[in-house]
Unconditional design. Structure first.
Length: 784
């Protein structure tokens, strides 16, 4: 037998004594740990909860009641929104594609109207396998149809619970919220409520609810929804005062009201008020135990966006990060709200100098924005990040792709396009293409002859950058001159000293909701100001007949010069003019001497006693194959026919390519142009515009007599009616292009001042060239 030493015996004895003393606490400690570990985990994860949506309810046989079906669909949808321990995504047909694909189960059902009552068969469809399970049907007598709301929901929820149980899914059973006993409707109440037409007018819906005089959570929600349609501050305050803080109302109802009011203030850029109501909505979701839901993420994201736009970017990080984590866990990062949150989060990371993370976030959402304008801004913001990371080639590539999108929607004169050019020039300089950078920035400066660009930040930044570039090229005097202009145009507090190293001004990222597209994107701010500067300067009826018809020879010769350059195959043209020629005429051989071109001269002074339509005659003479239409007001045409000398009329008629159209220049194009009664020379055919290039000129006519409120629809109408034609429009001194297949006009250049003095005659150009073309507005390729 093994012999123990005295020391070993004493040690063993001590351990036995300690074990006997500690046994009971040790036993219970282990028992508690085992018990604690055996408790089900309450943390909601995508693997443990059901993601479901509500499909359509249909009916068998011809006999059915669509309003009853619609009511039960709406009430079921309402009740499901209170579900916890599951994620109810909403009505499947109304969900975004990402939410539709996230839904694991779609609940639906079929109604059958029978002799004594209504039968409903619940259905459950697995999205992934596309298989359908049918539950036990329920039957409700007609006289008890008020119970249908509860019975339909119960049958659907029972089907979900049984599916989880029978298939042994590792899913938690959803915690359903049912209609209470007090809210079960009588037959008459149900029939009356089914008269509520969700697509009817607000007044009609209100009449039904008033006559019903019910106070259930569902009917209260219907009343609030109707009232929320009136989006005024006073109305929303009144709603909040009455029902928003009413503890007796459901948490869902209070959440929806607070969320709606928060969005109202967000749209008004009153961010502190928006945060106040969003915070209330957030608390309602938390107390309802619905934090594992896109609604909760949306509210967190809204608070984060408010903080960002209110200048509290560091505070916003917590909310944007939390929202991002929920979207990610829910599998909804590519949902529109999830994408928007990532967009803000990426820009905030840029502002706190986390450039790599910012580039990652912004790259993730590339190609996922549905709106092309947002995509253009995203490209710019990502290019800003890449530039600051020193990835200049990637910046150039991205901005070239952005230019393609800019021309797809015809916005080369919008701020974002010009701001992007500034960045493009800086990137080109950093890869060694200083001449391209110089050319790009100079083109921004030259644009001041076309529109009032000098107040724009990117204009003075171009001066600043050219100052640095000139210094680096050892052109010190030129550098100093550029810097003086920069200082002159810059607000005192924003003047930057010239850095000792090459550090260009390239602007900053632009957050969503901070840009504005005027006129639904028709004209940029610069274009609109230019067009407005001409319009409504004179009242047509208040001026003498002589002044209205004022004109003189060679007054608009610059028009002929630019058209001659475009149509002359031997003319030496800039790259910009070559691009314009191709856009307007394609194969130049088909357009020799104006062939296949229709020139519409609006307000050509046809009533002038000595030179009737003299500028139109000059066009007809210069381009004998061009069809020239003198588009004049009926009153002026009548004066021409009555008062102008016969020999002057005959001289005008001698041009076989001239037509006279008696019509309103800003009227509907199709109505005015296609009516044979409007054409004066009946022995001459109406010019067919199909597959023709159209040139339009309005010089001291509708451009100065009509207000902008008429000129804007005029451009819209022309763009729509002449969509398939390439159009060049000489509107006062401005030159606008509408490419073939587009509806939008782009301001591409201007003519000299010659001939545009309304109250006196002058052929002086005051040192200006006959015309100038903006290189960046004519081609998606940046022309050096």
């Amino acid at each position: 037998m093994f012999q123990l030493s005295r020391f070993q015996k004493n040690t063993l004895l001590i351990f036995i004594l300690l074990a006997s003393i500690a046994y009971a606490p040790l036993y219970y400690s282990i028992k508690n740990v085992v018990k604690k570990e055996s408790i089900p985990i309450t943390l909601e994860t995508p693997e443990t909860v059901v993601f479901f949506s509500l499909g359509e309810f249909d009916s068998k046989r011809e006999m059915s009641d669509p309003r009853t079906i619609q009511l039960l669909l709406q009430t079921t949808h309402f009740q499901f929104q209170n579900t916890t321990d599951a994620v109810y995504l909403g009505k499947h047909s109304e969900l975004s594609p990402s939410k539709q694909s996230r839904s694991e189960i779609i609940l639906s059902g079929t109604f059958q109207w029978e002799e004594k009552g209504i039968k409903f068969t619940p259905k459950l469809r697995y999205v992934e396998s596309k298989s359908t399970t049918t539950g036990n049907p329920i039957f409700v007598k007609y006289e008890e149809r008020g119970k249908l709301i509860l019975e339909v929901q119960s049958s659907l929820t029972h089907l979900v619970d049984e599916t989880i149980r029978l298939n042994r899914l590792i899913k938690r059973n959803p915690q359903w919220v049912f209609v209470s006993e007090e809210e079960i409707l009588s037959e008459s109440e149900f029939v009356k409520l089914s008269e509520y037409d969700f697509n009817a007018s607000s007044e009609s819906r209100k009449t039904v609810l008033v006559s019903l005089n019910l106070k259930t959570n569902f009917t209260e929600w219907l009343k609030v929804k109707d009232r929320l349609e009136k989006q005024t501050e006073d109305n929303l305050k009144e709603i909040w005062k009455e029902v928003g803080s009413n503890a007796k109302l459901s948490k869902f109802l209070r959440f929806q009201i607070a969320k709606n009011i928060s969005h109202f203030y967000f749209d008004k850029a009153e961010y502190s008020k928006s945060i106040e109501y969003a915070t209330f909505a957030k608390r309602e979701k938390e107390s309802s135990k619905q934090v594992f839901h896109s609604d909760y993420a949306d509210i967190l994201s809204l608070i984060g966006k408010c903080l960002v736009l209110d200048g509290k970017k560091e505070e916003s990080i917590f909310y944007l990060t939390s929202a991002k984590k929920i979207y990610e866990t829910l599998g909804l990062l590519t949902d529109p709200d999830g994408i928007q949150n990532s967009y803000f989060y990426g820009l905030v990371l840029f502002d706190v100098s986390q450039l790599e993370l910012s580039a990652y976030e912004l790259s993730f959402i590339q190609g996922k924005l549905s709106d092309v304008y947002q995509t253009i801004y995203l490209d710019y913001n990502l290019a800003q990040t890449l530039y600051r990371l020193g990835r200049y080639d990637a910046t150039i590539t991205l901005l070239k792709e952005q230019r393609t999108k800019i021309f797809e929607v015809s916005i080369p004169n919008f701020d974002i396009a010009l701001q992007s050019l500034l960045l493009y020039g800086a990137a080109q300089y950093n890869v060694g293409n200083w001449s391209i950078a110089k050319s790009v920035w100079e083109s921004i400066l030259h644009a001041k002859s076309t529109y009032a660009i000098e107040e724009k930040p990117y204009y003075r930044f171009a001066l600043f950058n050219l100052s640095i570039l000139s210094r680096e090229r050892n052109h010190i005097e030129e550098s100093e001159e550029y810097y003086k202009q920069y200082v002159k145009l810059s607000p005192y507090g924003q003047i930057e000293p010239i850095p000792t190293t090459v550090n260009f001004e390239i602007g900053k990222p632009i957050y969503p909701y901070t840009w504005n597209l005027t006129n639904n994107g028709l004209f940029s701010e610069l274009e609109e100001k230019t067009i407005r500067s001409y319009t409504g300067r004179y009242l047509f009826q208040s001026q003498d007949e002589e002044i209205r018809a004022r004109t003189y020879e060679n007054r608009l010769e610059d028009t002929n010069l630019i058209l001659d350059d475009l149509l002359n195959p031997n003319a030496y043209l800039s790259k910009s003019m070559l691009v314009l020629r191709k856009s307007l005429f394609g194969d130049l051989k088909l357009h020799e001497r104006g062939n296949q071109v229709v020139f519409l001269d609006i307000g050509p002074a046809l009533n002038h006693p000595e030179y009737p339509g003299v500028t139109s005659q000059a066009v007809a003479k210069h381009f004998p194959k061009m069809e020239v239409v003198l588009w004049e007001l009926p009153g002026e045409v009548e004066l021409f026919l009555k008062k102008v000398k016969p020999e002057l009329k005959e001289k005008l008629y001698s041009f076989s390519n001239i037509r006279i159209l008696s019509a309103d220049g800003v009227g509907d194009f199709q109505t005015e142009y296609n009516d044979p009664k409007h054409w004066i020379l009946r022995n001459r055919s109406i010019p067919n515009l199909k597959q023709k290039t159209v040139i339009i000129r309005a010089a001291n006519s509708i451009d100065i007599y009509e207000p902008y409120t008429k000129i804007l629809p005029h451009f819209q109408n022309l763009g729509k009616e002449l969509k398939e034609n390439p159009v060049l429009y000489f509107f006062n001194r401005s030159i606008l292009l509408k490419p073939k297949g587009k509806e939008k006009f782009i301001l591409i250049g201007n003519q000299s001042i010659r001939g545009f003095h309304h109250n006196f005659q002058s052929l002086d150009r005051n040192g200006e060239p006959p015309y100038s073309i903006l290189p960046f507005s004519i081609s998606e390729e940046v022309i050096p």
